[in-house]
Design a protein around this ligand. Sequence first.
Ligand SMILES: *[C@@H]1O[C@H](CO)[C@@H](O)[C@H](O)[C@H]1NC(C)=O
Ligand SMILES: *[C@@H]1O[C@H](CO)[C@@H](O)[C@H](O)[C@H]1NC(C)=O
Ligand SMILES: *[C@@H]1O[C@H](CO)[C@@H](O)[C@H](O)[C@H]1NC(C)=O
Ligand SMILES: *[C@@H]1O[C@H](CO)[C@@H](O)[C@H](O)[C@H]1NC(C)=O
Ligand SMILES: *[C@@H]1O[C@H](CO)[C@@H](O)[C@H](O)[C@H]1NC(C)=O
Ligand SMILES: *[C@@H]1O[C@H](CO)[C@@H](O)[C@H](O)[C@H]1NC(C)=O
Length: 738
Amino acid sequence: MEEVTVVAALGFLLLAGAGGSAGDEAREAAAVQALLARLLGPRPAADFSVSVERSLAAESGLDTYRLSGGGAGARVRVAGSTGVAAAAGLHRYLRDFCGCHVAWSGSQLRLPRPLPAVPEELTEATPNRYRYYQNVCTQSYSFVWWDWARWEREIDWMALNGINLALAWSGQEAIWQRVYLALGLTQSEIDEYFTGPAFLAWGRMGNLHSWGGPLPRSWHLKQLYLQHRILDRMRSFGMIPVLPAFAGHVPKAVTRVFPQVNVTQMGSWGHFNCSYSCSFLLAPGDPMFPIIGSLFLRELTTEFGTDHIYGADTFNEMQPPSSEPSYLAAATAAVYEAMITVDPDAVWLLQGWLFQHQPQFWGPAQVGAVLGAVPRGHLLVLDLFAETQPVYIRTASFQGQPFIWCMLHNFGGNHGLFGTLETVNQGPAAARLFPNSTMVGTGMAPEGIGQNEVVYALMAELGWRKDPVPDLGAWVASFAARRYGGIHQDAETAWRLLLRSVYNCSGESCSGHNRSPLVKRPSLQMNTTVWYNRSDVFEAWRLLLATTPALAASPAFRYDLLDVTRQAAQELVSFYYGEVRTAYLNKELVHLLRAGGVLAYELLPALDEVLASDSRFLLGSWLEQARVAAVSEAEAHFFEQNSRYQLTLWGPVGNILDYANKQLAGLVSDYYTPRWQLFVGALVESLVQDVPFQQRQFDENVFQLEQAFVLNTRRYPTQPKGDTVDLAKRLFLKYYPR
Ligand SMILES: *[C@@H]1O[C@H](CO)[C@@H](O)[C@H](O)[C@H]1NC(C)=O
Ligand SMILES: *[C@@H]1O[C@H](CO)[C@@H](O)[C@H](O)[C@H]1NC(C)=O
Ligand SMILES: *[C@@H]1O[C@H](CO)[C@@H](O)[C@H](O)[C@H]1NC(C)=O
Ligand SMILES: *[C@@H]1O[C@H](CO)[C@@H](O)[C@H](O)[C@H]1NC(C)=O
Ligand SMILES: *[C@@H]1O[C@H](CO)[C@@H](O)[C@H](O)[C@H]1NC(C)=O
Ligand SMILES: *[C@@H]1O[C@H](CO)[C@@H](O)[C@H](O)[C@H]1NC(C)=O
């Protein structure tokens, strides 16, 4: 590739979405000032002055902030080249000068008084044109039921973490509905097509249709409203919202209205049959392709405006109908052509997941066909899982197309301590140094949020660093100190142990999918191998408990104590499961009864009890989010069932069973625990009767129980009960391995 072309292409991209006028500067500064008031309250916020000055980025062309002032009687001055840059500067000040911490589970915002002075004016530029956030799946696993208040907090979190590029995909089904009606589809055909709210991500990627639907009318109205507010707020900070575009998937009913249309039916996805998957893909050469694509984008941008970057995924986890490069190039070009018909400045944001998900299919010719079908600089690729399976290395930096180095980290919003901190720390800098690198940013693309906050804190910081953090041990210690508003030697040691164990996975098989037997359907073949030394987790548990007298008042500490207790319980389940299996295989009934009794009748109920002591680990609160999004009791019931399906069976017959597993009070007691009780009972029965254990029979029986949980309408507490420290201590005294 010629250097010149690459630079020119990237130059084009660097301009995409770059803001302009003085009016915008004032508006962005006001947005950050308002964020400050939300975060700290109006009085403390008045001790800061915020400005936005495009000229700050004049030299590098990259977002820059400048900090100064503070100290007795002086305001802290925060300036940024954009609102996002100013918010990132503000966060830097709160973090490094005030020892504060902002996180999903809660924030620690005790400000020193007077506000610490910035001794010398501090100016920092990010090396990244883009700091990206989200995965198409995050919208379903985490955001699906959110109201504006929750969105507002998230957008604040994004701004503080310096994120300037993020999906804004709410409300797109409302726009699609208009387009389909205009094309002549009936309302009932459209209702049959959309998935339910909890499964929209996969509907949008063409993996699924119909499952969990239909979408109520109220849903569309509410999402349109939310999308307008989300876009207004993102833009007010100078963030670039990425809107969706047409990827080629169409409802089957399109073939009723247009019998001549050339569609290909895709294969099935995710163990769903064709009642819910095998979507129809419009042929790239079909005259309807640009018509539908531009109808949608025109309707969408008329409603919402545009910042010229659009996301679309045609072949996500779906094998294309042909591996011919000419076909793949045509399918790609068709999507892009439809975009530029409406918006000549369109840049296509593509999730690069397909390339690493089906590497056998996506050989150099196939990857090249896709990457070459869009002019350089107009395709922006997310190297979605770059911390573990980077694609840029084997595609010569996406053959000259710009890409964003993304950490995926989490699958399905699972709990379970996990991270690849060393790899994440090194990854972006290494990608920037790659020969002829076309990296233009860093990103966070978790399927679900609200777990392992340390990992996201590091990645967000790397978005503004040129080099890796020099000493991760020290970094983790200061992370914990800010989080708790003070540190204690034992807590620091605990964090260093977590860093070297659960948070230091490395290699191609690292995945943030929690496969603990605790959250999986029991069998005799469960794999309990983990990448770390479990003793480190138990020791961290002991150390955190030893710290409780000093730190128990910190909500973040209580969260971590509970989370590590939860992890320890998960390790213990593996241990007792091993005992159960061995006892069973050796036909030792007494041992089986003892180990199985502990696992299914003592340990899991005790875990549920400790989870129930924290509002952040309640099934009741989780389901309540879905219920309050509804406008009637019938709809609340429907939304709740969508949510229960997503947590457990995922599809009608357990199609992607337990993929989105979580350890929530209520889910442990009424789903995971009865399942283990059934399993232990079946093994005991088998020994007593002297008949072999039948996994198939067990699976049929346990499915009844799993389905009953989904269909159940029991309401769960939304208020915590009991004291986390006491309950964690009780569990510890009983189970800590000696
Ligand atoms: C990088 O680009 C230069 C100039 O076009 C080229 O000569 C060189 O082979 C490229 N290096 C790699 C590793 O692709
Ligand atoms: C697909 O699975 C569902 C649920 O098990 C079943 O009701 C339906 O008949 C199946 N459809 C096909 C086409 O096999
Ligand atoms: C339909 O589209 C496929 C795939 O693009 C193409 O191979 C085929 O020739 C098309 N059929 C017709 C009748 O145009
Ligand atoms: C993480 O593991 C790597 C080897 O896989 C090792 O080199 C590194 O020192 C470990 N980091 C910590 C903090 O333990
Ligand atoms: C169990 O999982 C580990 C880690 O993922 C893997 O290395 C090992 O091969 C698996 N063992 C079996 C028996 O499948
Ligand atoms: C795990 O850690 C414990 C305690 O530090 C140590 O005794 C043990 O040898 C370690 N196990 C392995 C497999 O490294």
